[in-house]
Ligand binder design. Structure first.
Ligand code: SME
Length: 161
């Protein structure tokens, strides 16, 4: 039986991310199927944190192609250097966008998205192989602590591939 707990959002962000990582580790550690694991990770992040959209894009034939996600339908292909996802891929670094309307080239899959964070997935050669994209309906949702916490989670996710 798989159970998840509801995380107390009044905790310091560092603790919230630690609890999220514990839930993710617990739900994925006995399962070897990548799609099953990435699906549950999207679900944990979206429903614990109440974010608008959480999903993965994977590099395939020099494009980012939509993978597992939770949320409304999204654009399926993104070119290198395009949108927040394409820039995170090109730079191979996390991109935090406090206000998507002020980010030149932002790709609006939904007008509800107001801020977002995109983190690169990396293989063991440190090459970017995809991204984790998280969108919020509120401005300035993600700060340095979210970046640090989510980068720890992505380090764990990288080992699942
Ligand atoms: N906003 C992203 C596109 C993906 S969707 O938000 C799901 C971007 O600018 O790359």
């Amino acid at each position: 039986m798989i159970t998840t707990q509801t995380i107390d959002k009044s905790l310091p962000k560092k603790e919230i991310y630690q609890l999220l990582l514990e839930q993710i580790t617990s739900i994925t550690s006995d399962e070897e199927d990548l799609v099953a694991n990435l699906s549950n990770i999207c679900s944990i992040l979206k429903y614990e944190m109440n974010w608008f959209w959480v999903g993965f894009y994977h590099v395939k034939q020099n494009e980012l192609v939509l993978g597992t996600f939770q949320g409304p339908v999204a654009c399926t292909r993104i070119k290198k250097g395009k949108g927040v996802c394409g820039i995170a891929w090109e730079k191979n670094e996390t991109v935090v966008v406090p206000n998507v309307d002020l980010f030149e080239g932002h790709i609006a899959c939904s007008s509800s998205t107001k801020s977002e964070i995109v983190l690169p997935l990396r293989n063991n050669k440190n090459e970017c192989t995809g991204v984790l994209d998280i969108d919020s309906e509120y401005l300035s949702t993600f700060d340095k602590e979210d970046k640090v916490g989510l980068e720890l989670i992505v380090n764990y996710i990288n080992q699942l591939f």
